[in-house]
Design a protein around this ligand. Sequence first.
Ligand code: URA
Length: 423
Amino acid sequence: MISAVDVIRTKRDGGELSRAQIDWVIDAYTKGEVADEQMSALAMAILLNGAADREVADWTAAMIASGERLDLSDVGRPTVDKHSTGGVGDKITLPLAPLVASFGVAVPQLSGRGLGHTGGTLDKLESIPGWRANLSNQEFIARLSDPGCVVCAAGDDLAPADRKLYALRDVTGTVESIPLIASSIMSKKIAEGTESLVLDVKVGSGAFMKNPDDARQLASTMVRLGAAHGVRCTAFLTDMDTPLGRTAGNALEVAESLEVLAGGGPSDVVELTVTLAREMLSLAGQPDADPSAALADGRAMDTWRAMIAAQGGDPDAKLPAAPETEEVCAETDGVITRLDAMSVGLAAWRLGAGRARKSDPVSAAAGVEILATVGDRVNAGQPLLRLHADDASTFEAARASLEDAWDIGSTAPDRRLILDTIR
Ligand code: URA
């Protein structure tokens, strides 16, 4: 007979949980038979004492088994997804999904909403008038055949144990555990039914993982979990000390993604989109595909328009614009040597682009426009950032989070965007 207290004690004392203990505790927690306070104690014991690879694999399997595992075998195309651990200005899914789908590969993206300083893909897409995030499983699968990519909210039956546990970790200081993060992300991606997966593990001030060693450990744990469940995975470690691109905020990021789909856009967003697309296409059996060509010739844009329209959105509608804007200016002449991702993310959040609690609404139009970034030469008084808000009273708090957000000096360090690849 397994009891919650015995499971907690095993982990508290540095022992290893058996497969039977893990299956039992995840199942009982999902059914409400193990209490939140017991699961909190167990999550804290895992955070403090870690977990062996075998325990992480069993924990992931138990979370997948807590709900349904989608079968995408009728789609008739290879399936490949991308997951990012979240960063400031990370809108890559928006150009990436239609870009990869324009090569005849299906991209199933069950996404989440943003919490805290990183934005959620669904929040960004919801700034497009008419666009719907909630689809049935049948609609989800139909969209994978035509137009070939779909971004929507995960249904309640997908890894329900993770849904409950993630909410609990959020309020008990137990999010930052590599075994718990890896099993949380991979249980959802494996249950989604994708054959291959590219992981973008962010590292730096604006990311969960502040140092490369932790990020590498998270990436390799996820790649191994994928392999154990028959999902081909590649992980990239990418820089998140500096915000990605020139915007952080929902409609602002959609507008920037449209620039990328039109063959332009900021060079870092284009580089990451093309790198991830090349790897996704390679995992899907097209190692020689040229994603840059599909951005330049409009194929990716055509697929984007079809993807938005298929979910009720109007690809030609004007995006919401903020009624209030204010600029933040450089105080000296020189070259920007640092622009802190976390500070910009917090500013966007305080302007209304993000939420503090799951149930909070977000503003479509609020956010930060980055007018000058690392490596750019500026003069004293020149605007560096433009703040966008529905309500001008948010500017003061946003400015406070930007107090130590940049340095101006003489030479900027070279920015390496892609730090490592783990296969
Ligand atoms: N994202 C997830 O889905 N789960 C985590 O634990 C952390 C980030």
